[in-house]
Design a protein around this ligand. Structure first.
Ligand code: ATP
Ligand code: MG
Length: 305
């Protein structure tokens, strides 16, 4: 279905990013809830037209692991998108509330995010802006990738420094220097780097390229990403998680696995429900507030209270 931004009313502000604000909104006719993203910088008419045309293409992307776009409009150079509303906020909010996440939870997030990435990559879409604030959560353990394409469209239409600041922290080394590694990369595995870095951040509770409390401007960050060795997973992490992160954070983009390959990685498969017999027990453990969903619910409640 199509939803016009003008047919919605604002409920409350959900958050803001480098390009604008996101509101929780309600559709006047159906009462359904959506998220309305407003890109606040004023754009020239030609740029707006280009953005809306490209959004039209992106609207066709439909997958359970990708946040859907229902409509877009432009008024006086300001562009609005109606998006699927995710009531659990982003992974960035969870990190903030809970500091670090368990491997079991991370494996669940990783699996769903990889399914979303696999879908996009199969459709020849490179996300380019995978980071904790663009991995959104729902009340029923949904995990969906947000903002795909938006960043690419904005990057090609806005002043470069404007978008660069918001996105460079999770960018892979080859994106700063496309000639490195003989220009031998197709772009898809740049998303794998960003996902690996985001998951590592969730595991250690801080941005991996910086020391605790350290602040850095983007040239410093860029230097670290390009010239330092990739950040390592914590000593006490499981061998599966260490290997998963190390595979994602290889500097040579051609060495990084595809999303579909990573879906079969032991880190993802080891937490999957065991076949028959044991299953019932596991399920009841989960229902009686097993640690995994217990923690999930706690993090969740922390965000809604
Ligand atoms: P940047 O602008 O640097 O990319 P960002 O991703 O945090 O950063 P936005 O995409 O504008 O910026 O999102 C701002 C916040 O709004 C997010 O952190 C998230 O909490 C919330 N948000 C965004 N999209 C949705 C959505 N579809 N449903 C619910 N909340 C959302
Ligand atoms: Mg975002």
């Amino acid at each position: 279905e199509e939803v016009n931004p003008d047919d919605t009313v604002k409920v409350r502000l959900l958050g803001h990013g480098s390009s604008g604000k996101v509101y929780k909104v309600q559709h006047k006719r159906t009462n359904r809830l959506y998220a309305l993203k407003i890109i606040q910088d004023k754009h020239e008419a030609a740029v707006c037209k280009q953005i809306l045309t490209e959004m039209d293409i992106l609207r066709r992307a439909q997958n359970p692991y990708v946040v859907q776009c229902f409509g877009a409009s432009e008024k006086g150079g300001e562009i609005s998108f109606v998006l699927e509303y995710m009531d659990g906020g982003s992974l960035a909010d969870v990190i903030e509330a809970k500091k670090t996440l368990s491997e079991r939870y991370l494996a669940e997030v990783a699996k769903k995010a990889l399914k979303g990435l696999d879908y996009l990559h199969r459709n020849r879409i490179v996300h380019r802006d995978i980071k904790p604030s663009n991995i959104l959560l729902g009340r029923n353990q949904e995990v969906k990738i947000a903002d795909f394409g938006v960043s690419t469209i904005l990057a090609s239409t806005l002043a470069p420094c404007n978008t660069f600041v918001g996105t460079c922290a999770y960018m892979s080394p080859e994106r700063f220097d496309p000639d490195s590694h003989g220009g031998n990369y197709n772009g898809y595995t740049a998303d794998i780097w960003s996902l690996g870095l985001s998951l590592l951040e969730c595991a250690i509770g801080r941005f991996p390229f910086l020391l605790p409390g350290e602040k850095a401007d983007w040239p410093t960050l860029m230097f670290a990403i390009c010239y330092n060795p990739p950040p390592s997973p914590p000593e006490n992490a499981s061998p599966e998680f260490k290997d998963f992160v190390q595979q994602c954070l290889q500097k040579d983009p051609s060495q990084r696995p595809r999303a579909s390959t990573l879906l079969t990685h032991p880190f993802i498969t080891k937490f999957e429900a065991p076949p028959s017999g044991v299953k019932a027990q596991t399920h009841s453990q989960l229902q009686s507030g097993g640690r995994f969903w217990g923690n999930f619910t706690k993090a969740f409640n922390a965000m809604f209270s």
